[in-house]
Write a protein that binds this ligand. Structure first.
Ligand SMILES: *Cc1c(COP(=O)(O)O)cnc(C)c1O
Length: 216
């Protein structure tokens, strides 16, 4: 399945994050041996355990909600926190990145789905975070783009319009705050059921679990 998915990403130059939550380290290693190096988890403890057990050249992404008091458990190794949803979290990430003397990439998670349970920023909150990081000259947090999850819907038009909204947020942020900043480049959208729509709408990074590993 890995080869088929990579084939579909190729024309879009999009990256694959293999979402390995609930999967055994052995299964992760299986994909690793096929060449996959980017993996994502949604829970801090599981992420930290897999980091310990697996090869150190894996690029780890956190894609689930991150509590401020848990940043310290992943700050020493995480490549990218895709689920930044508050200024408070950014402040803690900056503190821990400084402590570990390393850069931590983040994506600003926007709320694009109708469902109220989903975490995520609105435009004003994203601007506040952006202004804060840009004014903090010592910050080792790198804002690398945006992330979003579409409504779990069978209606393609709903999903498509939510992805368009995320692309629009990205374009506005790029134009207003990141024109000169080449680090701000990723739009993380698309999962097993909707990644082809996401690619058509401008995704640069898809997060796929079920299609790669089977049902959880
Ligand atoms: C689980 C998860 C995915 C992958 O979902 P699949 O439908 O299994 O591909 C992607 N993004 C986030 C944030 C997730 O929690």
């Amino acid at each position: 399945m890995l080869a088929e998915i990579l084939q579909k990403l190729l024309p879009y130059h999009a990256k694959l994050i293999a979402i390995s939550k609930t999967q055994s380290p052995d299964k992760v290693l299986g994909l690793y041996r096929e060449g996959q190096r980017r993996f994502g988890e949604n829970k801090v403890q599981e992420l930290a355990e897999k980091y310990e057990q697996l090869p150190k050249d894996i690029e780890w992404h956190l894609v689930g909600h991150l509590q401020t008091n848990k940043v310290k458990y992943i700050a020493g190794f995480v490549h990218c926190v895709q689920s930044v949803d508050s200024l408070k979290l950014i402040l803690e990430l900056e503190k821990q990145a400084a402590k570990y003397q390393r850069d931590i990439r983040v994506l600003l998670q926007f709320k694009i789905a109708k469902e109220t349970s989903k975490f995520g920023l609105d435009w004003e909150e994203a601007v506040t975070i952006t202004r804060h990081v840009q004014s903090n000259k010592g910050s080792r947090v790198i804002i690398a783009g945006v992330m979003g999850m579409a409504t779990l819907s069978l209606e393609e038009s709903i999903i498509r319009s939510e992805f368009k909204l995320l692309k629009n947020y990205f374009d506005r942020l790029k134009a207003e705050y990141f024109v000169q900043d080449e680090s701000f480049k990723d739009i993380s959208m698309g999962m097993s059921d909707d990644f082809e729509i996401a690619l058509q709408e401008g995704s640069t990074m898809v997060r796929i679990g079920t299609l790669l590993f089977g049902a959880r």
